[in-house]
Design a protein. Structure first.
Length: 479
């Protein structure tokens, strides 16, 4: 524990939803829910207006729609959230070399290491300046907690929400913690909380009064001793500038259970490709491939295979995940699939067995790599068409899909976002950050003038875009 509140915890307020409200002027002050929009989607973030209806993170989207049927339901736009997060983390980096990001919207900062605070007065001034800088740079708000430990700084930022600052003076920790529930402390989840409740402990004061021996008896040596220290306000964990990733994984939940084994294998291959993309983006490779399968009855199975050396080869990961799939019974249906890589390293070692398998899998008439392209086949040599295959020649393009909240740009009306789509139509509201609420137009889903677009910055959007999207002289739209 420090004698001065020089550990800062920043938590952006309803980050995804607040970013959407800033980007879409017509949604400011209204209930906004961001997450998966399918039948099995989950809420990622809800605006404070939506939370008044009982909507919260990790809630099934179907339940959220029942609680707040008139809210705006939007798909996440992670490219926007990442760009805002990078700007926020840059501001934190100016305060100290010790910044420990926990997620896109949350981080600890050691102000003492950066020389930006040494007592309560300088820590408070730094926190207030940070909040003002974040608002100016992103248009969003963040809540700041200041204390002598990471645990207390996080508790303080939670008490500061939304858009506030709470500083816990050293020496007041026990008094502040006493009435809080045991779930407030790190490491106390639903199972541990219920175990403690059955033992008659519901508040932090109850834990402190029970004593270390009793908590060790209930929870084991390591967990019990750590919990007793935290209940007394002691937390010596340092702010760590770099947190090494231990694994990389991706997963998808399907709106309808998958029964077709070929389709399941196709989805596993696709997830393996995405996983490798993330792996390479982080400059990593990995030795252990993990497959996760959640079946129709919600039972979840995991299978893993450890390679001889780390790899970032998509073919190796794909083949390993495919082998793991062979050991899983998917007869009843699959609702979720995931592929991950653990045992991360920063170098690769080619998997010779996978390379040999790839060579054996080549068709017998495939030319060596250095012999140029395959000569065109004659009509007699051409393989027979598969039953039900479409005839040769140009095929009609598939119908475009537009998701609620997606960024678009129209050649006449400029930038906007999708409000909804269906029955061959897509409805777009044309507005940009900083403009007045914009007009709504409806188009055919295949309208060539309407194209997907990258997100505009929340602060400093091009004046011409704002003028075009929010101006009164917009041309009439098409029905």
């Amino acid at each position: 524990m420090r004698s001065a509140p020089t550990i800062l915890h920043l938590d952006m307020d309803a980050f995804y939803a607040a970013a959407e409200q800033a980007a879409k002027p017509s949604l400011r002050g209204k209930a906004v829910v961001v997450g998966g929009l399918g039948p099995r989607g989950v809420v990622a973030t809800a605006s404070y207006e939506a939370r008044r209806f009982g909507v919260h993170s990790a809630m099934p989207m179907a339940q959220a729609r029942r609680l707040a049927p008139n809210a705006a339901y939007l798909v996440p736009r992670f490219s926007l959230y990442r760009s805002v997060s990078e700007r926020v983390m840059e501001l934190l980096g100016r305060l100290s070399p010790l910044v420990e990001p926990l997620s896109l919207d949350e981080a600890f900062v050691d102000l003492e290491a950066g020389g930006t605070a040494h007592d309560a007065a300088t820590a408070r001034a730094t926190g207030e300046r940070l909040r003002a800088d974040i608002r100016a740079a992103t248009g969003l708000t963040g809540s700041v907690g200041l204390a002598g430990s990471k645990m207390l700084a996080k508790i303080a930022s939670e008490q500061a929400k939304p858009d506030g600052l709470v500083l816990i003076e050293p020496g007041t920790e026990r008094e502040l913690l006493a009435p809080l529930t045991v779930r407030t402390l790190p490491g106390v989840g639903p199972a541990t909380g219920e175990h403690l409740r059955r033992a008659g402990m519901t508040t932090v004061a109850d834990l402190a009064e029970a004593g270390e021996d009793e908590l060790v008896r209930l929870l084991g040596r390591a967990h019990g001793a750590a919990l007793f220290r935290m209940a007394r306000g002691h937390d010596d964990r340092p702010v760590v500038a770099e947190r090494d990733a231990k694994s990389v994984s991706v997963e998808d939940t399907f709106d309808v259970d998958l029964h077709d084994r070929v389709r399941v294998r196709t989805e596993v291959d696709r997830l393996a490709e995405r996983c490798v993309q993330r792996l390479r983006a982080g400059g990593h490779s990995g030795r252990t491939i993990v497959l996760k399968v959640r079946r129709y009855d919600f039972s979840t199975l995991t299978r893993s295979e450890t390679l001889r050396g780390p790899t970032d080869d998509p073919a190796v990961v794909r083949e390993a995940a495919g082998r793991l799939l062979e050991s899983v019974d998917t007869t009843g249906g699959v609702r979720l699939l995931g592929v991950g890589v653990t045992g991360l390293a920063d170098y690769t070692q080619e998997d010779l067995f996978a390379q040999a398998a790839a060579v054996l899998a080549e068709p017998p008439d495939a030319p060596p790599a250095d012999e140029g392209p395959v000569p065109p086949r004659t009509e007699a040599q051409a393989p027979a068409a598969e039953p039900g295959a479409l005839p040769d020649g140009p095929q009609p393009p598939p119908e475009r899909h537009w998701s609620a909240g997606q960024d678009v740009r129209h050649t006449v009306h400029g930038p906007g976002w999708v409000q909804g789509s269906g029955v061959g139509r897509v409805t777009v509201r044309f507005e940009v950050p900083g403009s007045e609420p914009g007009r709504v137009r409806t188009f055919r889903v295949d309208d060539e003038d309407l194209q997907p677009s990258d997100p505009l910055p929340l602060v400093g959007a091009a004046p011409g875009d704002a003028e075009q999207a929010g101006g009164a002289a917009l041309p009439a739209g098409r029905d």
